[in-house]
Structures are given as C-alpha cells and as structure tokens.
Design a protein around this ligand. Sequence first.
Ligand code: NAD
Length: 579
Amino acid sequence: MVGIFPGAGGTTRLTRKLGAMMAAPFLLEGRLVSPKDARAAGLIDEVVAPEALLARAKEWVLSATEADLVKPWDQKGYKMPGGTPYHPAGFQTFVGASAMVLAKTMGVYPAAKALLAAVYEGALVPFDTALRIEARHFTSVLMNPSSSAMIRSLFINKEALEKGANRPGVADQSVRKLGVIGAGMMGAGIAYVAANAGIEVVLIDATQEAADRGRAHSEGLLDKGLKRGKVTAERRAEVLSRITATTDYAALDGTDLIVEAVFEDPKVKADVTARVEAATAAIYATNTSTLPITGLAAASKRPEQFIGIHFFSPVDKMNLVEIIRGKATGDVAVAKALDFVRQIRKTPIVVNDARFFYANRCIIPYINEGIRMVAEGVEPALIENAAKLVGMPLGPLQLVDETSIDLGVKIARATRAAMGADYPDEAVDKVLFWMADQGRLGRKSKSGFYAYSDTGDRLGLWDGLCRKYPSDKMQPLLTDVQHRLLFAQVLEAVKALDEGVLTDIREGDVGAILGWGFAPWSGGPFSWLDMISAERAVGICRGLAAQFGPRFHAPGLLREMAATGQTFYGRFGGEKAAA
Ligand code: NAD
C-alpha cells in the first residue's frame, strides 16, 4: 500500500499457487486476512496455536517426505489455477484485470502497472525466468520517484508522526475520561472512536433526545460490525457502556479532555466554553472547522488549556486529525491532544492557527478552481476527469456535492465578510450561489453539480449546468486543467509553510494525503514539487498567472528555491528527509 509490490518472489509464487484472479486482492490491494482465512485461501499451509508452534514445526520437519518439499508449481503436470494468458479462461482474467486496475488507479500508480506486467509476463515463462522478470519490474518501481515519495510519506513519516515526532516533552497525557459537547454528526463520531479505544465518554447535547441520538450512532456502527462478524456482542456492550448521554454538565466531573462539537457559531461556542470551565478543569478542545482558535479562546479563562482538535467527516473512517495551536495554547494541551489521537489510532498533524488551518485552506481553492472553470466554459466532464486522471479521489464538483453546496455558500459569505475588497472569488460565488438558489445543495438534496436518482445514486453531471454555462467550442488541454487544479492546492501548502502555519513539511505531505486525498502517488504537495523541481513549478506558475490571474503567482519561497536549485526535503527535511 506504499507504492511497491511483493518483489522477492512473492508475486510469482502467489500467482502460481492461487491463480491470478485469487492472488489479485493480496497483491494489488494489500488485503490483510486472519490466519484462518489465509489458510482457507491457500496462502499458508497450516495454522497452529502459538504455544504449539515450535513442537509442530519440529514434527513437520522430521516427518516431511520428498513430496512435501515440492511446491505445486514444481510438480509434474502443474497448471496455473484459472489459466495462463493464452488459456481461454486465463485470457478473460487478464483482460478484465487490466481494465479493473486501470479504472481504480487511473494509471498513476507505477506499482500497480508493473505488478500486472510481472504477473502477466511471468505466467508465460518458466518459474525461474518469472522470478527474474518480477525482480526487474520491482527494481524499476523502486527507482520511480513516486514510490520513494509514497514510502516516505505513507510509511516512514506517517509512523513518525503517529509516534509523536512533534510532541512536546511533557509527561504522558493519555485521556481517561472524555467529555464531548454536541452530539451531532461530528460529536457522535468522536464519542464512538473514543469509547472504542477504551476511553470513558460523557456525551452532552442541549436535549436528552439529541444526546441519545448521538449515542445511538455508536449503536448503529457496532450493530453493523456485529452483522459482519467483526464485533462480538460482549464488545458491543462494553463499548456502549462507556458512553453516557446526558444534558447535565455536572457529569463532566473527572474528565481530563473536552472536545466541543456544537454549532459553528462563536456565541454558542463561547457559552459552552464558560459552562464547561465551570464544571471541569480539563483541557478544552474545539472541533471548529473554520473559526480561528485564538478568537474562540477569548471566551476561556484558561487559554493555555484551549486548543483545536479538528476531525474530518466521517470520523470513524477518516484517519487524519489536525491539531491547532492557538496563540496562547500551552505544551500540555498539545501533548494531551497528541496522546488522545494516539489512543484512538489516528494520524495527527500539529499546525498553527490561521484561517482554515491547513487542510481546508488547501482544499477550498481546489473546489473553487473547478467551479471557476465551469463559469469560464470548460466542459465539466473535462474538469472532473482531469482531476481523477491526476490521482485526486474526487473531482472538485463531486467533492463540493459531497460536502454540500450550502456549506460552500456559508464559507464564501464568511470569507468575503472577513476579507472585504481583497476577496478574490466572485466568479466562483456566481455559480455556487446560483446552484444554492436552485435548491441544488449537493448529495444531501439529491441534486447538485451531479444528478442523483431518488435513492441517492449519482447518475452523472447535471445537464442544466451546461445550459446555464455553455461549454466553449475550444476546450483547454488536459494538462492545463490539471495544472490549475494541482497548483491551486500546492501553492496554498507552500504559503502555509512560509507563514508558519505548517512547521514540518512531513505534516504537510501526510496531512494532504490523509486529509483530503491529495494525489497519493505524489507523496504529497511538497514531494510533488520536489519531483518536478521548484524551477519548473515557478515556470508553470508564470504561465498560469499570465493566463488566469495573480492567484497563481509563485510565492517568494518557491521562487527563491527555484533560483538556488533547492528542494523542500533538502531544505526543510534535514535529517527527516532520510528518516
Ligand atoms: P451538527 O449540527 O450535526 O451537530 C451540532 C450538535 O450540537 C447538535 O446536535 C446540536 O443540538 C448541538 N448543540 C448546539 N448547541 C449546543 C449547546 N449549546 N450545548 C450542547 N449542544 C449543542 O454539526 P456537526 O457537523 O457535527 O459540526 C459540529 C462542529 O464540528 C462544528 O463546529 C463544525 O464546524 C465542526 N466540523 C464539522 C465537520 C463536518 O464535516 N460536518 C467537519 C469538521 C468539523
């Protein structure tokens, strides 16, 4: 899952043992299975209890016959399960696999392509030759900059951040009792992941009914797990017993961390802060997605204990947590947030306070650039496909449908109010506000930039969009659209670093991939810029700025790096680059 594939014979052996079709989930998707399932799939030969392992191994060695030592593919008359590429059944498998892999990876992951080639070519030749073919494909993948960048971000640096690479050196701050205020979509999700990690949770909302509804969210998730055999009845009961749903702030007694997830309204949040601080001395975190932490901390009597812990939706699935240091936030609060994130087994990044923090700051310009192109007459399908073909999981129009168009309108209004005359996104708002006026609010209203069926299935781009914003006869080149979409994001990342919002490029890269799915093959925005070089990036920016406006001007930092031939990992990675 980090840009390589089993290259020490694993691919050849597994394909010959299981056949291409059955081996595919393990090789291509890195599927993990229990020992029992691995035995059933033919991946391993036998399962024994740990205490019997050595005895059984000795017994096997001592009683093994010649026949036991011959692997299936070395036996006389061996035929590859499912057939080789020129076998009628095998032919279908291989044609189908190519199409499926390409649909999933959009051709941007070198490992998937090389793996398929190794399997296909290996199936046509004797075993030893297949091993050599596999090793060569593996080597070419290993030498590909995409693979090293993926390994660095998704394996080495992700782990380093999870182990507390940027944790202040204060004593262990593991959370024992958590208070969650606001049992809506986010609060309910936070309560679930905490209870699941063994933390006692008090879940508070304005009414008992709302608090109970929040607790029922955990019940729903656990019931699903029970049905799928992933959760036992005891486990379900145990997790639920940890969540107390109430309206009574006195229940916060003994909590050591509070996460506030009430409405995105500074007045409501200030009122909650005062009530919580009267009930407990716990560290106080807000899950706000748009309001600066330092401003919200003004309502606190203990601003050094006030911090942002920004979860992404849906909480149980999204692995990134953005921790935001306000101006007055102290080290103990940061350590508390980091230890909490470690307990719930997610990946943290720590950023400084600024409008939209890090992730939303980069993702909003991506969405806006997509919408801006619609207004300019770029074919919506070109915009969406250009994004996917460069490795973004969702095109910008689909993404705004998912997060909801009225939320976009709300954010645009607030940003305009804050920025005044400098506000740069009028062209975007025209389209966005028009969509909202039509009542097209995105997936939740089953109508947005896409059309949806009555049951909520996405059908395709909405044809009304092209009636309102007709597509130009002359369409831009695919790469031009891709550059606009990518630079809209990476220039924000560079500015966030330059302004000190980001203090560690590792967090910038890992956060981008886990937070909003920034082209994972690239290793993240900074890895991608290093890959293409600052000099080339500045050249592309120059062209984009001349054609589309000053938002594409390369920031001073990038220009300076281009002039001196520096890379981000060379300049800001230090030892971390080789970590
Ligand atoms: P929501 O509307 O689903 O839930 C808010 C809950 O807070 C409701 O249950 C409401 O009854 C409760 N509430 C309101 N005032 C209260 C009070 N005074 N005391 C106790 N409870 C009160 O909203 P949400 O989507 O869960 O968002 C909550 C917070 O998380 C917001 O600050 C939002 O910006 C942030 N956030 C949301 C997302 C997202 O994708 N929805 C992502 C990250 C952060």
